[in-house]
Unconditional design. Structure first.
Length: 289
């Protein structure tokens, strides 16, 4: 699992054989700006698990740093040199979310996992014969990539009764999963909704959020039918085609600190409260959901 996903993306491009000399020169400029952004975020501490009057100012500074770096890397010269398939620009948001929650999670536990994840999705059994079935476990683990999770590693061992062979697996189980998008359209929303439904099968108490810079949905979309807990549009604006965003004079909304603060507070509140567990607990109120 990677925490500095944007930095990793830059490193892969620096090492790639297909990267041209012109792109290498641009990557040097991007690397310098990235290291400044990364260092500033690592040196900035908080917010933490306990609410503090400094939380808003800390979040505002993280957003200021994000806007500064995003304005730099979204310039036409870099946008045209590295297209959307390279994920150079999209991974900025994924790394920003890590900086946003790093101190909150560390304050709760150093054993919690945080960052991009290849998380547990499903399990099934598939042996080659009955003879093998009774002597060695043959579980297959299906996994799902998430842009960002806060969760736990479960170390599991499987062994057949009377057998000697063990199958060891490490399962990443999200408590919070966040999908990061440059823009959110209907197809993307349907995809994340499916992933949200699958996550609730694994962990019924999990929270699933979508964080996007811009929105590409019409009003004729019933958001309530999708399996996501909240959608945050950081720039509070509709999506504009890339060719228009790169034109001189285009007015681009910044990432708004109040939206980021809402996201942070929603996650912190969720991680700090008791979750519904068994039906016996729910029966105290007479309500199961």
């Amino acid at each position: 699992m990677s925490k500095f996903v944007h930095g990793d993306n830059i490193a892969r491009k620096e090492k790639a054989k297909k990267t041209t000399a012109a792109q290498h020169k641009l990557l040097e400029e991007i690397r310098a700006a990235y290291e400044k952004w990364k260092t500033a975020n690592l040196e900035l501490k908080g917010p933490f698990f306990k609410k503090d009057e400094s939380d808003t100012s800390i979040l505002e500074e993280r957003v200021r740093l994000m806007n500064e770096y995003k304005d730099f890397i979204d310039q036409k010269i870099y946008a045209e040199a590295f297209d959307s398939r390279s994920n150079l620009h999209s991974t900025v948001l994924e790394e920003f979310v890590y900086y946003l929650f790093k101190d909150l999670v560390a304050d709760i536990s150093t054993n919690a996992i945080i960052g991009k994840s290849h998380a547990y999705k499903d399990i099934f059994y598939q042996s080659t014969s009955f003879k093998n079935m009774i002597t060695e476990p043959s579980f297959k683990i299906e996994k799902k990539d998430h842009d960002f999770i806060i969760g736990v590693n479960i170390e599991a061992k499987f062994k057949c009764k009377g057998g000697t062979k063990e199958q060891k697996e490490r399962l990443e189980i999200p408590a919070v999963a966040i999908e990061c998008k440059t823009y959110l359209d209907k197809t993307m929303l349907e995809e994340v909704s499916t992933a949200g439904s699958q996550l609730l099968i694994i962990n019924p108490n999990a929270k699933y959020f979508v964080v996007a810079e811009r929105l590409k949905l019409t009003d004729a979309v019933n958001l309530k039918k999708y399996k996501v807990d909240q959608i945050y549009i950081l720039r509070k604006m509709k999506n504009t085609d890339r060719e228009f965003r790169l034109q001189e004079g285009y007015e681009n909304n910044p990432i708004y600190a109040d939206v980021v603060e809402n996201l942070f507070n929603d996650v912190r509140e969720y991680l700090s409260k008791e979750w519904k567990g068994s039906t016996s607990i729910s029966l105290e109120s007479g309500m199961l959901l």
